[in-house]
Structure formats: C-alpha cells, structure tokens
Design a protein around this ligand. Structure first.
Ligand SMILES: Nc1ncnc2c1ncn2[C@@H]1O[C@H](COP(=O)(O)OP(=O)(O)OP(=O)(O)O)[C@@H](O)[C@H]1O
Ligand SMILES: [Mg+2]
Length: 249
C-alpha cells in the first residue's frame, strides 16, 4: 500500500493538531513516526483508517483520496489496515486460533475447521506455530503482538499500524517484536507504520523516520540521515532519548 498525506489540517475545538501536514509512505517500507507526547501520532493512525476525518487535506491510499468518504465506502480500505493495539486487542474468552480466525469466522461466516489451515500458516509466519489452543490470557506481551499480526494477516491487511509496539516490554522482548515486524515486512511486502518513542527500535527497523512536531512532519530521512540531522526538533528529541553522545556532537 502506498500512502500520501497532503496538506492535512485537524483541530479538536481550539486544539490545533495538524497544520498542513504532508507525509509520503512508500509501498513495502517500514515507516517510523516519532514525536513528543500529544503531538497527534495516534490520531494520525486513526485518520488513515478513516476513524477520524480531517478538517481539510487529502489522504491518498494507492492514489485514491479517502477524505470525506462515507462509512460504508471505507469498509474495503479499512480491511487493508491491520491495527496492532498495545495489548493486542484480543478477546479473552477465545483461544489463540479463535482470535486469529476472527475476521474469517465472524465477518465472513466461515467455520473454524475450514480456516484451520490458514490460521496455522499465519501463526507460523509470526513464529507462533502450534499455539492454536493456548488461552490468550497466558500469552506474553510480545506474543500478544504476534497473534494480533497473525489476525491482521488473516484479515488480508497489506498495511500494518503499530502504536507503541514495544512500550512496556523489556529489551529482549522488544527485540523479538522488532524482528517479527521486519520478518512480516520481508515475507509479505506489506507497508508497516510504527509509532514509537523507542529510539533503539526505531533505528533498528525503519526504512524512513519522520518527526511530527507542531502539526507538521518537520524532518524525514533514513535512520542514518536522522541521526545526523541538524533539525533542532530532531536533535532535541534524540538527545532526550539517548544518553550517549550522538555523532557530530
Ligand atoms: N477524539 C478526540 N477529541 C478531542 N481531542 C482528542 C481526541 N483524540 C485525541 N485528542 C487530543 O489530540 C492530541 C493528540 O493526541 P494523540 O493521542 O494523537 O497524541 P500522541 O502523539 O499519540 O501522544 P502519546 O505519545 O502520548 O501517545 C492530544 O492532546 C489528545 O488529547
Ligand atoms: Mg499515542
């Protein structure tokens, strides 16, 4: 999926969130969005899935503007987005296989038996082979994210949205989440959009990093370019997050 956001404006009452935000995301890339708390990163993900409408501007998904579309015309686009929530967004009363199969069983009305093969295949893709019967309450934080990715794969998503995927996870588990994001990106060619404060994760996985500040994307580049960026907002953001001297300082 290719995404182009053009001249986006959004306010909640007096609170200005976007003031002419532009952002391009290439098909198949891992795009990381960073920025201080409250700058509108999570709200941006909601704009992509049409859950929030902007005041003005365009959001082009593979060239088609979704701004102003009616709810029922957003259905097809929404199916293409896999939203990976903080806790995985799992139904606790269902086991792993039932959660992963949810888009096919609940939405398409298929039987668990019929979709077992697909479920097994997607579980293998996220390194959770054979976990079908496990209760979701017994999964670790990192495993919940893998299951959420498997469910999005079943749904047919070709763009995955991650809001703080490594928040609250210890470094070794964060690393496994980074790895599964990169693996699924490689295996499927899907576009990955990751909102994170975790600089190590950001610079490990990103093809491109974008800094959201005061309603706009103020800096964009490869991890290498961002690390050497002279943009003041970027410098300040990096210095707060990394307690070792940055290159060029
Ligand atoms: N539906 C809404 N109505 C009114 N204000 C909202 C709504 N959703 C978000 N906001 C406000 O918009 C601003 C941006 O919120 P958002 O959740 O996108 O921040 P964020 O960049 O994701 O921050 P954090 O890093 O803390 O998660 C916040 O001030 C928030 O309170
Ligand atoms: Mg947020």
């Amino acid at each position: 999926m290719q995404i182009e956001i053009k001249n986006l404006y959004k306010s909640f009452g007096d609170l200005k969130i976007y003031q002419g935000l532009d952002l391009s995301i290439n098909e198949g890339e891992i795009c990381v969005i960073m920025g201080r708390s409250g700058q509108g990163k999570s709200v941006l993900l909601k704009h992509l899935t049409g859950l929030i409408q902007p005041d003005s501007g365009e959001i082009l998904i593979d060239g088609e503007n979704i701004v102003g579309r009616r709810e029922r015309d957003l259905y097809e686009t929404r199916r293409r987005f896999g939203m990976i929530f903080q806790n995985g967004g799992m139904l606790q009363s269902l086991n792993v296989a039932q959660n992963v199969a949810l888009p096919l069983v609940e939405v398409n009305g298929e039987s668990m038996n019929k979709v077992a093969g697909v479920v097994a295949e997607k579980l293998a893709m996220v390194d959770m082979k054979g976990r079908e019967h496990q209760a979701v309450a017994t999964l670790s934080g990192g495993q919940k994210k893998r299951i959420a990715i498997a469910r999005a794969l079943v749904q047919g998503a070709d763009c995955f949205l991650f809001d703080e995927p490594t928040a609250g996870l210890d470094p070794p588990i964060s690393k496994t989440v980074d790895e599964v994001i990169m693996q699924v990106n490689k295996d499927t060619g899907s576009t990955m959009i990751v909102v994170t404060h975790d600089l190590v994760s950001a610079f490990t996985i990103a093809d491109r990093v974008h800094l959201l500040h005061d309603g706009r994307i103020v800096d964009s580049g490869t991890p290498g370019e961002i690390l050497h960026s002279e943009n003041e907002v970027t410098r300040e953001f990096l210095e707060r997050g990394i307690d070792v001297p940055l290159p060029g300082k």
